[in-house]
Design a protein around this ligand. Structure first.
Ligand code: ZN
Ligand code: MN
Length: 470
């Protein structure tokens, strides 16, 4: 069985826990949420532990961020949302219950019924809920053989958004594509840095051939998702008739296998009931509209806009849209008159240098300066090679475009080194197999170089190509 290809037999649904890393404090108390690289059990307070007499206070920013995610995933935002207690006894829960949300028995999750359009399929989002993270357990050895475990409550009470999909994935690969898209989205929304260790965790429900639903827990990184799901699909498809029992399994990263932990708990096991210490939260229309207006675009929407408004190719638009900083620089450059496609391909071509510049290294080049440089290239006052040099100069030493252009001795390009780099570019992109013997193919190469750089001296170009072919 090929586990890479979508198969009608395989049904995978995902539950993603995404930490709202942009928050400074936990979901219901003012403990710092900056728990990474801290001593265990340093960031705790009586509210974290649910000591009698304490009361949870909802972090308003967390509500806003969850709404942002809901909107970006095309969900309906609830007009009133409620918190529920999910009860279970496990050492990672200091209160013996988790404050979460529930979409049954009168409970309403903050967002529901959305979707994400992937290239070839639409993935439905069942619901999005806000909840607190449990503590972190560390096992000695492996989870099934450990003789003791250690607990760190720094993470207990951290704000998570849980995103639950319908079982719409037909393969491990599809699930991975979705997760990568989701990570880019929450990053673009400015609510979560998915690169941080443990910021995005994934559980998966896998069923093969109509067999029992197996929940695979504790997939700690996206790198592991494809491996874990492929393993589980393969394991289940080896059952006679495809049917295995419903259970919860743990992904053991070190051994790259799933292991059985327990029979799957049903929802009734959690004894959900409304959290009596938190009133229902009303999300007014004005509030949701305000969040919508303030929410930065997701990369896909931005790319679409770039295609329509600036005439970029779909691919170039998507490439630049993935990076919010580059996107901003691009839009600023286009706004001061640079032709969109030129500006975008220049920015992508020099993205390494521009990123460094935007993050504060080197001298700043204004969008105006880049637009001016592009205009000079278009008019033929400076060659592409010279423009690149001018750009690098401005970054390193500052100075104005016109000054540097004058210094560069802008004009017809006969500089062999510069032409050589153009020739290399053309030859790498073009089939040159017969240019040595076929004059037509040879002239074609010369033409391509001149197309790239109309100020290049054709004689020098021909000489360089001949040298390269020899
Ligand atoms: Zn606390
Ligand atoms: Mn959860």
């Amino acid at each position: 069985m090929n586990v890479e290809e979508p198969s009608g037999d395989v049904k995978i649904g995902l539950e993603i826990h995404c930490q709202l890393t942009a928050l400074k404090t936990k979901l219901f108390c003012s403990c710092s949420s900056d728990y990474r690289d801290r001593e265990p059990n340093e960031l705790v307070c009586p509210t974290c532990f649910g000591i009698p007499g304490t009361l949870p206070v909802l972090n308003e920013k967390a509500v806003e961020y969850a709404v942002r995610i809901g909107l970006a995933l095309n969900c309906k935002i609830a007009s009133t949302t409620t918190f529920y207690r999910k009860n279970y006894f496990y050492p990672d829960l200091p209160k013996d219950f988790q404050i979460s949300q529930y979409d049954k028995a009168g409970g309403v999750a903050i967002a529901s019924a959305g979707y994400v359009q992937l290239e070839r399929k639409k993935v439905r989002i069942r619901r999005i809920q806000l909840e607190e993270d449990p503590g972190k357990l560390t096992y000695e050895g492996t989870i099934d053989r450990s003789s003791y475990s250690l607990v760190d409550y720094n993470r207990a009470g951290i704000a998570l958004v849980e995103i639950v999909t319908e079982p719409d994935f037909g393969s491990a690969k599809e699930a991975k594509v979705f997760l990568e898209r989701l990570r880019a989205t929450v990053e673009a929304l400015g609510v979560s840095d998915g690169e941080l260790e443990g910021a995005m965790r994934c559980d998966a429900n896998v069923s093969v051939g109509g067999g029992g639903r197996v929940e695979v827990k504790n997939i700690s990184s996206f790198k592991e998702v494809e491996k874990a799901l492929s393993y589980e699909v393969l394991r289940q498809s080896t059952f006679a008739g495809g049917a295995g029992g419903s259970e919860t399994r743990h992904w053991d990263e070190r051994r790259s296998i799933t292991i059985s932990l327990r029979l799957k708990e049903g929802e009734q096991d959690y004894r959900y009931f409304p959290e009596p210490d938190l009133p229902p939260v009303v999300l007014s229309r004005e509030f949701v509209d305000r969040v919508r207006a303030a929410t930065s675009e997701v990369p896909e929407a931005r790319a679409e806009r770039y295609v329509e408004r600036y005439g970029l190719s779909a691919q170039l638009a998507m490439e630049i849209s993935r990076d919010p900083e580059l996107s901003r620089f691009f839009e600023d450059t286009a706004a001061v008159g640079a032709p969109g496609p030129d500006a975008a391909s220049w920015i992508m071509g020099l993205r390494g240098q521009i990123r460094k510049m935007l993050s504060g290294e080197g001298r700043a080049i204004s969008p105006q300066a880049l637009a001016e440089l592009l205009r000079m290239v278009k008019e033929g006052t400076v060659t592409r090679a010279q423009a690149k040099e001018i750009f690098a100069r401005m970054l390193a030493e500052g100075g104005s475009v016109s000054e540097l252009a004058a210094k560069a001795g802008a004009g017809a390009l006969s500089d062999e080194e510069a032409i050589e780099s153009l020739v290399d570019e053309v030859m790498a992109a073009t089939g040159v197999a017969d240019a040595k013997t076929n004059p037509k193919a040879f002239n074609y190469l010369v033409g391509q170089v001149l197309k790239m750089e109309r100020n290049a001296d054709p004689k020098v170009v021909a000489r360089v190509i001949r040298k390269k072919l020899a």
